[in-house]
Structure formats: C-alpha cells, structure tokens
Design a protein around this ligand. Sequence first.
Ligand code: NDP
Length: 681
Amino acid sequence: MLDAIPTEPRRLESYVAGRWQAGTGEGQVVTDAATGDPVARVDATGIDMGEMLRHGREVGGSRLREMTTHQRAMMMKRIGLALMERKEELYAISTATGATRSDGWIDIEGGIGTMLSYASKGRRELPNAHVIPDGPPEILSKDGSFIGQHILMPLEGVAIHINAFNFPVWGMLEKLAPTWLAGMPAIVKPASQTSYLTEACVRLMLETGELPEGALQLICGRTGDLLDRVTCQDVVTFTGSAATARKLRNTPAIIENAVRFTAEADSLNACILGSDATPDSPEFELFVKEVHREMTAKAGQKCTAIRRAILPRALVEPAVEALRARIEKTVIGHPADKETRMGALASTDQVEEVRRAVEAIGAEARVAIAPGSVPEKGAFVAPCVLVCDDPLTAKAPHEIEAFGPVCTLMPYDSLDEAIEIANRGAGSLVASVFTDDTEVAKTLGRGIAKLHGRVLFGNRLSAKTSTGHGSPLPQMVHGGPGRAGGGEELGGMRAVKHFMQRTALQGTPDQLTAVIGQWMPGAARRETEVHPFRRSLAELEIGDTIVTPARKVTLEDIEHFANFTGDTFYAHMDEDAAARNPFFEGRVAHGYLIVSFAAGLFVQPDEGPVLANYGVDSLRFMTPVNAGDSLRVQLTAKQINPRETDDYGEVRWDCTVLRDDAEVVAQYDVLTLVAKQQRDL
Ligand code: NDP
C-alpha cells in the first residue's frame, strides 16, 4: 500500500511593519488538539525584529499619541463590535485548540468583552486629553506660588506581549485593551501551539481598517533577538510558565535598561470551604460545583483553575463522592460535539506534562478519583482528584502545577490551618472562599489576602450573581504575588497606567496649567466680558472665570432654608446649642444653603450652550458662615472634555466660595454638560 502523501500545513504569517511575512525556516508544525492532524507551520525565521520595534516606536506610537484617550477608546469600541460580528469565524478555528463552545466563549467573547469594557471605562474615567492628571494637585508652598501635580503620558516605546497557549484571543485582547487606551503600540507574540487562532483574530482586526499603521504587529514563531533590543520606553508582559518568566526577566537588556516586565505565571490557586459548611449546606454544593467547573473548563488549562481544594477534614469523603458524581456525568470528547462537556488539552506534549505532574503530586497524595477512559486519538485527559491527607508536611501538591483537569483535596482542622495551607502556594492569582459565616470570611480573607491577587467569596446569596472563581474581570486586578509572577493585569485604569510614565510636575500654577491643559489652583483666572455660561465648548477656554457680586447671609435666610427643607439641625437653629459644639461660635448657615446661594450667584439663567448640571465633586465646607457674612463666588473653567460621539461635552469648573472676600468657606468642582457649538434657538 502506498503511504499517503503528507500535505504541507498552512504556513502562518507574522504581521511586520505593515505587511504579512512568512518565516523562511522549518519552524514547528502544530496539530489539532482533538485529532492530532497538522494545522499550521509556525516560524518567524528571517523576520527583522529591529524593524518591527522601529516601526512600532516611530509609526505606531506617534499615530496613537496623536489621538486623544477617547478617540482611542472609540477605536477600540469599533474594533470590538466588528470582532463580535465575525466571532463565528473564530469559534470555527477555536475547536482545533481543544476548546468546546463554552471554552471558546471564555476566550473569544470574554476577550472581545474585555476590549469593549476598556473602551467604555476609558471614556467614563479618563479625560478626553493627551495628558492625564493623576491624583489631586499638591500645594508645595505657603503662598501657593509653587505646586505639584502627577501626570501620566504614554511611554514612547512598544509593548511586547508574550502570551500563553490557553487563551489565544482573550490573552491578546486583555493586554491590547489597556495598551492602546494608554496610547502605546504593541507587538503580540502568541504561544506557537495555538497561534493560528491569534493570527486569524489579528487579521480580522486589521481588516476593520480602524487601527493606525504600526499600532499592532504580530510574531508567529520565535522572538529572535527582540528582547535584546528593548529600551526603558518599552514594556514586556509575559504570561506562561514560571520557569520561562524567570528566564525572560533576566534578559540583560531588560535588566540593564530597567524595562518594565510583568509576569503572570502559573499558580497553585486554592478554593476553601468554610468550617461552617455541612454536606447539606448550599455552600458545600457551591464549593463542589466550582471545583468541578474549574477542573473541566478548558480541560483545566486555566491559570486561575483550582489546583488545591481546602476543606474541613470531616467533609473530604462527602466531597470526593459529590465530585465523583459530577465527573461521571462529564462527557469528554471532540470539542465540536454538542454533548461534549470537556475537550482536549492543547497538545499531546501537554498530556505528557500533566501525567508527569500527577505522578509527582501522587508521591505525597493518594488518588481518590482516577482518570477514566478518553478518546484514543487527540490530547485528551480525564479528570483526576487526589487527596493529600497531611497538607502541612507535603511539598509537591503546593509546588507542582498539573496544567489540566487535576485537583488535590486538602483537609484542615482549624481555620488557622486552612490559612497556612492556602498560603503554602507561595503567591497565587486567586483563591475562593465558600462560607455563609461572615466571621469565617473575615478570618480567612484577612489571613490569605497578602499572598493572593484576588479573593472571591461565595455563598448562597451570590450563587446566581457571582462571576466565579476562575474569571478575571476587566474591572478587577488579575495577577498575583510571588510564584504567580508578581505582575498585575486588568484592574480597570490601573492596567492602563502600566503603559504610561507617571511624572511629578513641580512649578508655578501657570506653568503646570500650560503643560497639563487643565487649570491648576492658583493659576491665572481670566474674567471674561461674556459670562462663561454663554460660551460654547468651542469658545470656552481653560481659566475663563466669573467673579460674582457678593450676597449677605441673614438669619431669616437660615431659618427659611431650615423650615423649607426640614433640616432644622440644632447648629442652625439654637444659638446656645451651636456654641456648645466645638466647631461653632453660634448658629451657622447650612452647607447646602451656601452651595445653593453659590449657584444663585454664578448661574446665567438664559437658555444657551450650558445644557445641564450633573453633579459636584470634592465638596468641602472649610469655614463656618454666620448670619451677616457676605459670600462671593469665583467660578473658573478647569477642564474641558469634548465627547467624541455627541455634540456636547463636559466642563469641570473650579468653584470657590469666599466669605467677606477673604476666607474660603467652600471649595468644589461643578460638573456641567455644554454644547460644542452655539445652539440655534
Ligand atoms: P511557556 O512559558 O513555555 O511559554 C509561554 C510563552 O512564552 C509562549 O508564547 C512561548 O512561545 C513564549 N516563550 C517561551 N520561551 C521563550 C523565549 N525564550 N523567548 C521568548 N518567548 C518565549 O509556557 P508553555 O506555553 O509551554 O506552557 C508550559 C506551562 O506553563 C504549562 O504547562 C502551564 O503549567 C504553564 N502555563 C501557565 C499559564 C498561565 O496563564 N499562567 C498559561 C499557559 C501555560 P512558544 O509557544 O513559541 O514557545
């Protein structure tokens, strides 16, 4: 019989300086996780890493930095929506990675959702600007002529994202989102094993035409001398094994140039069942369900998966039986089959690694649920549950990560012991705690927080609403100390700042106002002939000010306000009682009366460009106001924030209320919505 003629798998391409380029070497053939058939040849031989870095820094970076934060956020929104429309193309490819539909959902829609979430958070939480003030101004001199302000500006290098094989889409998008929002270009290097899915996703993103040239480049294959060329303006983020993290962290150029390097490595995550649980309690069931889910989702190939399940000693056997019942019902098979609940590992190499890891853990633990049978072809492994009866003396179960459907149960006899066992992970991405007792939650939460990047509490109340142990959320930090890599990803705006330089500016208020593009306390206030409320966003300038006439506060005003609003607190109504209060000499005006009078003084009432008042920020009452005092307001345009998608924007006004033109009695920001152009009325 003739041998079948081997077909050459598709050669993946890298996206280099605006063109698709195939490697010229042999590289590596990666196979379908479920069938073992070749899927692609992955190779980056001959790609000029220096050219990629130059292109990113010179072209991509400058184009992204020309855009404002909100323009970049809108770009990300459009890319996210376009990907969502074509998600089925990604699902079709995802099967080859061993992922079931629900595994693919975590990767594909989870990744797109993260991109969209950053797009919307960016517009809500960052000013639409090029320079981002970070925190409040610091007054550094008595007379206010010398002040300080921290600012954030994008680094002018390239963010190099080296990603793991288990989430080829999410792993890329969760890092790209904060990187682009910050204004940095990226070079993505996916793990070879599943890089064909990342490559497909990159092609879809480029086809949207939304990305500025150079904002995204891709390496399918090895990185060559890329990391030897990094400078202090570049950032390297790594996700993968602790061993590779250690190796890359020690690259001479990374050390010598103090390059930001974050690692998110595998960790021995724990799930703890509280001492209040019984075999009949909802928390016991939630615990078992979560352990089973984390073993079988992505076939246990999740950096956040539960590797160690810590529980009261008396509950070990009931937990084993409950897990056995669930595992027996878990259909393992081809990820595209509808009945399949657990797919394959990413490759047969991973199967071997998991087998070796189980053997090593097994030297200090007994197998309680042995792996059942699996399809012969493909990288399948059945769930395996071990029990380590003496977890405080054992080592391997706290150190060796079986990156598959494997979990070790660890009994405890006291909450202190449970804490000690959890912390033996020496730094983890996440731990979950199932308890219906807030005291147990308090003891365990305070005991384990220092060694965990995230702690999730679960009980009967949040059973339906909880996002679960294994899901990193865009709003919350993902990353953990020590063994978990010491890095931090996601966490809302925290992750964006990682790609920006924080600089402390010190100087006069006018100097800092010029640099930041936002009015700083003490800077020049420009009184304009036209009331600033008559100016459209296009006409208004930072520093435009109205200084109002003065208004005297009378006792009748205070009593009228008290009776009108019902706020008859003694400090406003009773002279003697007010005087007994350590802060007042007698009856004082209500703080809200002062704020109301201030509005009455600064508002220009006619219909015009100001559309609405949507709140105040940082309101402080600084000096009491008594009957007879006279109030005046200085209102200054502090920050102007045009909205990209609307014909109006936000204006933040500095509002200072003065008593007798001398003392500041109230200080706050007034927030308004203002039309971009004068309206036709
Ligand atoms: P690796 O640490 O080997 O690889 C992770 C990434 O680093 C891949 O993109 C890989 O590329 C790249 N890489 C490896 N060596 C270098 C190098 N010298 N220079 C530049 N890039 C490099 O992890 P694996 O994917 O092989 O998985 C091994 C183990 O890591 C798993 O069994 C599991 O324990 C753990 N892991 C943890 C994950 C997590 O999320 N924390 C995710 C995945 C795995 P390439 O693929 O081309 O080698």
